[in-house]
Ligand binder design. Structure first.
Ligand code: 13P
Length: 249
């Protein structure tokens, strides 16, 4: 049995003060929740306050991005060392918004994945097709390519903490959700690809989250699907009550 992981991706929302207010409300509502793992990924500027707020609780804190070098002249970037020093445990890599707006490529995803794993962070690698690719019947090819390139050169031993999120781009922030069957099909493709690179046993244990308009009203059907090992939640994770409903689906 794979323990499910429910992760919040706050994107570019909330000041430190707003982040602190979220945790004040959220933590007591989920303090007795042990069935699933819970991660909140706020903007960099909120990480410290989030870590202080969540210390000693059952909620872990992740970053939304990381650079592929440990340090250097990379204005505006943040390293694995910096995240580790703060107490960050998870990091989202290759989110479609980074691929779309910030030139993230399969190659930079691969390099970021490698350094995150080397530094004991739990990476959440995002893959997913855009609408035109789905309509052209290319979903499987896209997922295969993104996984193959992301996992390139990484050993199963090193990849132990790998987590993948299937986020169909057409479902992100649109209110359109993949059906549990569509998600399950995509997850099987990802699992199969992971199996080819890391072996069947690894693939069997790999957690694959679903992301894309996960809301309290529809989360139960998705999360009860055996192939779906959790959720990566955008908009609905900004409100503590709504995110709690998803955590407790
Ligand atoms: P929404 O839940 O707002 O569609 O965002 C999904 C997402 O991109 C999570 O990473």
């Amino acid at each position: 049995m794979r323990k499910k992981l429910i992760a919040a991706n706050w994107k570019m929302y909330k000041t430190p003060e707003q982040a602190a207010a979220f945790f004040r409300d959220f933590l007591p509502m989920v303090s007795d929740h042990t069935r699933d793992e819970i991660v909140v990924c706020p903007p960099y500027i909120d990480l410290q306050i989030a870590i202080e707020a969540a210390r000693g609780s059952n909620v872990m804190i992740g970053a939304q991005n990381v650079h592929w070098e440990k340090e250097g002249a990379f204005t505006g970037e943040i390293s694995v060392t910096m995240l580790g020093a703060l107490g960050v445990t998870h990091v989202i890599i290759g989110h479609s918004e980074r691929r779309q707006y910030f030139n993230e490529t399969d190659d930079t995803v691969n390099r970021k994945l490698e350094i995150a794993l080397e530094n004991h962070l739990t990476p959440i690698v995002c893959v997913g097709e855009v609408l035109e690719e789905r309509e052209a019947g290319l979903t499987e090819d896209v997922l295969r390519r993104q996984c193959m390139r992301a996992f390139n050169g990484i050993s199963a031993r090193k990849a132990a903490k790998l987590t993948v999120a299937y986020e169909p781009v057409w479902a992100i922030g649109t209110g359109k959700t993949a059906t549990p069957e569509m998600a399950a099909d995509a997850h099987s493709v990802i699992r199969h690809e992971a199996g080819k690179v890391f072996g069947d046993q690894f693939a069997e244990n790999l957690r694959i989250l679903y992301g894309g308009s996960v809301k309290p009203e529809i989360c139960t059907a998705l999360l009860c699907e055996e192939e779906i090992d959790g959720a990566l939640v955008g908009g609905a994770s900004l409100d503590p009550v709504s995110f709690t409903k998803i955590v407790k689906y």
